[in-house]
Design a protein around this ligand. Structure first.
Ligand SMILES: Cc1cc2nc3c(=O)[nH]c(=O)nc-3n(C[C@H](O)[C@H](O)[C@H](O)COP(=O)(O)O)c2cc1C
Length: 182
């Protein structure tokens, strides 16, 4: 009942979930977050997609990290002002924040918003990713990141977020979402 006709605040409407994913593990975590928060999900896509070949993408990313190249994105967020909470998902690449995420955070102003990182990796953790996010989001409130082991493309292990593994990740995700209290 809303007798004064005021708009009813709906938290879910103000949550954006952006993610980068090559072999769909980070995407699967994004979908779990979507299911639990009701936020709006958007994939980060490049104007010039990375090579399919693993050795080639590793070499290209290493070079981009070295030169500081920020790959232009296909993805544009039209109504960024509308969101006050932005979940940002990414795999660890070369123990760093993937260049497309650096592009995203450089071309989208998230100041004043709550930024919530989430990550998958091959078992080596977050590396310098959070340090870089804090640097690129200096006027945002950056909450504690969620990080889990995903695929190991180097060894031919691609998508793993199914069955029992997905259940474990979902449980861990529940604990984290409760803890960060966003
Ligand atoms: C170019 C590239 C570099 C990577 N570098 C690392 C790394 O430094 N440390 C790590 O733990 N995993 C690394 N990985 C593995 C991914 O982080 C892992 O497979 C992740 O789950 C992939 O997420 P996605 O399925 O959403 O693409 C790398 C993968 C790629 C493609």
């Amino acid at each position: 009942d809303n007798p004064l006709g005021k708009p009813i605040e709906n938290k879910a409407q103000h949550i954006l979930i952006v993610y980068l994913s090559r072999t769909n593990n980070t995407r699967a975590v994004a979908q779990m977050i979507q299911k639990k928060t009701g936020g709006e999900m958007t994939a980060i896509e490049l104007q010039d997609p990375y090579p399919e070949n693993y050795q080639e993408i590793v070499a290209q990313v290493a070079e981009e990290n070295e030169t500081g190249f920020l790959p232009p994105l296909q993805t544009k967020i039209n109504n960024l002002d509308h969101y006050d909470t932005v979940f940002i998902g990414f795999p660890t690449w070369g123990m760093q924040l993937p260049p497309p995420i650096k592009s995203f955070l450089t071309t989208n102003n998230l100041s004043g918003k709550t930024v919530i990182p989430f990550n998958t990796n091959a078992g080596y953790g977050l590396g310098s990713t959070i340090k870089t996010i804090n640097k690129l989001c200096s006027d945002s409130k950056v909450l504690e990141a969620f990080s889990v082991e995903g695929g190991i493309e180097r060894d031919g292990i691609l998508f793993v977020m199914e069955g029992e593994k997905a259940e474990q990740v979902e449980e861990k995700l529940d604990d984290w979402l409760t803890k960060i209290d966003f």
